[in-house]
Design a binder for this molecule. Structure first.
Ligand SMILES: Nc1nc2c(ncn2[C@@H]2O[C@H](COP(=O)(O)OP(=O)(O)O)[C@@H](O)[C@H]2O)c(=O)[nH]1
Ligand SMILES: [Mg+2]
Length: 330
């Protein structure tokens, strides 16, 4: 593969080149990984800083509908919009966005939009790395906004929040009881809560739900990265396309304030460090699953079981092998 050519075409904003590069970073093959690292080296320092927006919400809350109408609103303003997904369950479900592509029919046909479903990898760590690298590729290709969707299950919100500049939580109109259903940790991550489906019969309930969440947000500890009035809750209707302009204005206000006060850059730096450490740990663990260490670990496991070696001795032997030294116990 001609990596220089691929890099040039990505920087020219070619969507097919972008799609190809994402396929490359998704690959588990060692030679592909080496190519990917060369590619990132070529792209480094080019492209633009997109606004990375994380979006989480339970199935059925309206994420796909929101992304479609919100995305269309942004492209109508001349902005280039990329949509990515973090969905560790996609190996089973076939991808959160892919199954929905019909729902995002208009956006997927828009020349200023790029939609990429979650890869069919069940390991959250693998999905996280691919998404993080896909964001970088989208920025190299000149996208202004990168939306990262996740279904609200387990750890995936945290993963998405760790790669976003802004984190949106999409919620449905509901009775007071269900407010308890949103975990405190998730609430604490949200920059803006959007109560969707504020239309028709659901409008009054949505307004009430929004007030409940606004109250709940006020009870949270104040965060240094927030100006007065944030985090905030507001109502939208993805279906009737209402409230979306206001929501976008609020996102821009928040992003601008964070830029001006140094929080934007500081957060990105912190995230870069976080992912470096995560990647390192994950790669080291992966080495334990591969030969020659895999066989060594298995053999030492048996030695520990029958009492020939102590657990610490055995662990040190594995580390010695990694570090290329002779273990004191050998
Ligand atoms: N009334 C109303 N229904 C909506 C709205 N947004 C989405 N829906 C409906 O909610 C259902 C689930 O929407 P979808 O976008 O697939 O949700 P997702 O699972 O979070 O991606 C669909 O039947 C949508 O038509 C909205 O703003 N108002
Ligand atoms: Mg969906």
């Amino acid at each position: 593969m001609d990596i220089d050519d691929l890099a040039t075409r990505i920087l020219a904003g070619e969507r097919r080149a972008l799609a190809r590069a994402i396929t490359l970073v998704e690959s588990g093959r060692a030679d592909h990984r080496a190519d990917a690292l060369v590619l990132f080296d070529r792209l480094k320092g080019h492209g633009r800083e997109a606004l990375r927006i994380g979006l989480s919400g339970t199935p059925g809350v309206g994420k796909s509908t929101f992304i479609e109408t919100f995305g269309m609103m942004l492209t109508a303003q001349g902005l280039k919009v990329a949509v990515l997904a973090v969905d560790p369950s996609s190996a089973r479900s076939g991808g959160s966005i892919l199954g929905d592509k019909t729902r995002m029919e208009r956006l997927s046909r828009d020349p200023n939009a790029f939609i990429r479903p979650s890869p069919s990898q069940s390991h959250l760590g693998g999905v996280a790395r691919r998404t993080r690298e896909a964001i970088d590729l989208c920025e190299a290709a000149g996208f202004d906004v990168v939306l990262i969707e996740t279904v609200g299950v387990g750890q995936s919100e945290t993963v998405v929040a760790e790669m976003s500049d802004l984190f949106l939580l999409l919620l449905a109109p509901a009775g007071g009881d269900e407010l308890q259903g949103v975990k405190r940790g998730i609430m604490e991550m949200a920059d803006i809560i959007l109560v969707n489906k504020a239309d028709g019969d659901l409008k009054a309930t949505a307004t009430r739900t929004c007030a409940d969440y606004a109250g709940a947000l006020r009870l949270l500890r104040k965060r240094p990265q927030d100006p007065e009035g944030f985090p905030k809750a507001m109502t939208v209707s993805a279906l009737e396309e209402s409230g979306l302009h206001t929501a976008w204005e609020e996102m821009q206000t928040l992003a601008l304030w964070r830029r001006e006060h140094g929080h934007f850059a500081a957060r990105r730096a912190e995230q870069a460090r976080f992912w470096f450490e995560a990647e390192l740990k994950q790669s080291l663990l992966a080495r334990l699953e591969r030969e020659p260490l895999k066989g060594l670990v298995r053999a030492l496991g048996r030695a520990v079981e029958d009492g020939t070696k102590t657990p610490s001795q055995a662990a040190d032997e594995v580390l010695a092998q990694l570090e290329g030294r002779t273990p004191p116990s050998a």
